[in-house]
Design a protein around this ligand. Structure first.
Ligand code: GDP
Length: 455
């Protein structure tokens, strides 16, 4: 074990950090937590709140009595705090200097600068949050889309934990059935019919599979759904791309670059973020550079969640549709561009009409993309607990593999029940680790590695 890890685990130390982002801002929050939090904070403050969870105004001074700031102070008494420890939040003025000098004054009084995620880690160690909720805290801060925000809040509320713990309870019930069978092996057919144990195993496997299936939605929420614009040059793809960005207004990231092959931007929609990709024209070409662009397009097409086959007349629409068909198995929407130039109605021959010029049809197109995404590969359940991290997905896969191994062993017989039952026990402990195994330090390290200092 490395030295910093040992100090991270030392709950007898009092930690301090600036919880707000550094830089120019109206206010900053300096957070202190640990057994000596009150004593240390009192030493630098001119006033101390009589009551926990009430704000008072106080001057902050360093050890030499030099005034550092006029701040607002809230004290928390253990265990009623985020970390479960004595804690103090000092709301200082923002900027580069003031919070840093306040932090230094607290360190001079005996607090230690916190490591990234250390406040949340203490909340876990003190039983205030389970690991999935701690992970959700990190996800919420990292969220760049409304879907990610919603999923993280749901997980912070314990939604995913409850679902995992319900599965663990089902496995424990299965284990109890098997134990009963082990205790009465000689009875005819046992007191528990073997078929009942199989049915219980099937049910828990089905529930684990359902949870595993949420990983796809989790991935879409985190990375966005890849929406690829395809079609011949000049049909208006780039204009549509820009118009959609303008229509969505909430642009998550804007990745300029590589005009020749593809440009990408992520826009936010209420369901999931969309990774819009404008590809190079899909026509065959002898120009080596442009061919490179076409190759990139096909690789995007192969990974697309939805393809928008664009054309500005019947002929280019058919061309786009045929070109895409060979390269993508994703649902395809036919998009008739430049309808402001056409006498035809907006929806015509199964195509959605849009105009980058007037904005007509853009809203319905975004709605249709959301509908198609929901319809392909299961509904987008962003309001239900989702697996959003590789760690979670891996744990559920392992629990599922153990549960299936048990079912196989049980069905085939020949393996003694206590041996088959080991698989169920393993599945239980995998799920327990997923939610809360605080003794597994490497899990904690993995979870808190990405945290900011002060959280
Ligand atoms: P791309 O090569 O498919 O990306 O096509 P562009 O977006 O560059 O558009 C080709 C031409 O069509 C440009 O001159 C655009 O101004 C024009 N254009 C694109 N969309 C529209 C539209 O909705 N209405 C009209 N009137 N012109 C458009």
């Amino acid at each position: 074990m490395t030295a910093p890890l040992r100090s991270v685990l030392d709950l007898s130390e009092t930690i301090v950090a600036q919880a707000t982002a550094p830089g120019r801002g109206a206010l900053a929050i300096v957070r202190v937590s640990g057994p000596a939090a009150h004593t240390i904070a009192r030493a630098v403050l001119s006033r101390w709140p009589d009551e926990p969870r009430t704000a008072v105004r106080a001057n902050v001074r360093d050890a030499a009595g030099v005034e550092l700031d006029q701040a607002v102070v809230v004290r928390y008494d253990a265990p009623a705090s985020f970390t479960g420890e004595h804690a103090v939040e000092i709301v200082t003025h923002g900027g580069a200097l003031v919070p840093t000098t306040v932090l230094a004054a607290l360190i001079a009084q005996g607090a230690r600068q916190a490591q990234p995620g250390e406040f949340t880690r203490r909340a876990v160690l003190n039983g205030k949050l389970d690991i999935l909720q701690a992970e959700a805290t990190g996800d919420l801060v990292a969220a760049t889309s409304r879907a990610a925000q919603r999923v993280a809040l749901h997980q912070l509320d314990g939604g995913l934990s409850r679902r995992v713990l319900a599965l663990r309870d089902d496995l424990l019930a299965l284990e109890a059935l098997i134990a009963y069978d082990i205790d009465f092996p000689e009875e005819d057919d046992g007191p528990i019919p073997p078929a009942r144990i199989l049915a219980a195993a099937d049910a828990v496997i089905g529930a684990l599979e359902a949870l595993q299936a949420t990983a796809r939605s989790g991935e879409l929420v985190r990375d966005g759904a890849l929406v690829v614009l395809a079609g011949a040059p000049n049909v208006g793809k780039s204009s549509l791309f820009n118009a959609l960005l303008g229509q969505a207004r909430a642009i998550v990231t804007d990745i300029p670059g590589t005009t020749r092959d593809a440009i990408e931007a992520v826009i936010d929609t209420p369901a999931v973020p969309l990774r819009l990709v404008d590809t190079a024209g899909l026509r065959a070409t002898d120009d080596p550079v442009e061919r490179l662009g076409v190759e990139v397009s096909t690789s995007y097409l192969a990974r697309a969640a939805v393809v928008l086959a664009c054309g500005d007349d019947q002929q280019t629409l058919a061309l786009a549709r045929d070109a895409v068909a060979g390269h993508s198995s994703a649902p395809m929407l036919l998009v008739r561009t430049k309808i402001d130039l056409s006498a035809q109605p907006a929806a015509h021959n199964g195509a959605i009409g849009v105009s980058a010029e007037t904005g007509e049809g853009l809203g319905p197109l975004l709605e249709e993309i959301g509908r198609v995404l929901g319809a392909s590969g299961g509904a987008l359940e962003v309001d239900a607990p989702l697996l959003t991290h590789a760690r979670q997905r891996y744990a559920v896969e392992r629990a599922l593999a153990e549960a299936r191994a048990f079912r196989e062993a049980w069905r085939e017989g020949g393996i003694p029940a206590p041996v088959a039952a080991v698989h169920v026990r393993s599945a239980v402990s995998v799920l327990e680790d997923l939610v809360g195994a605080i003794e597994i330090e490497d899990v904690l390290d993995e979870v808190f590695r990405r945290f900011c200092v002060g959280k």
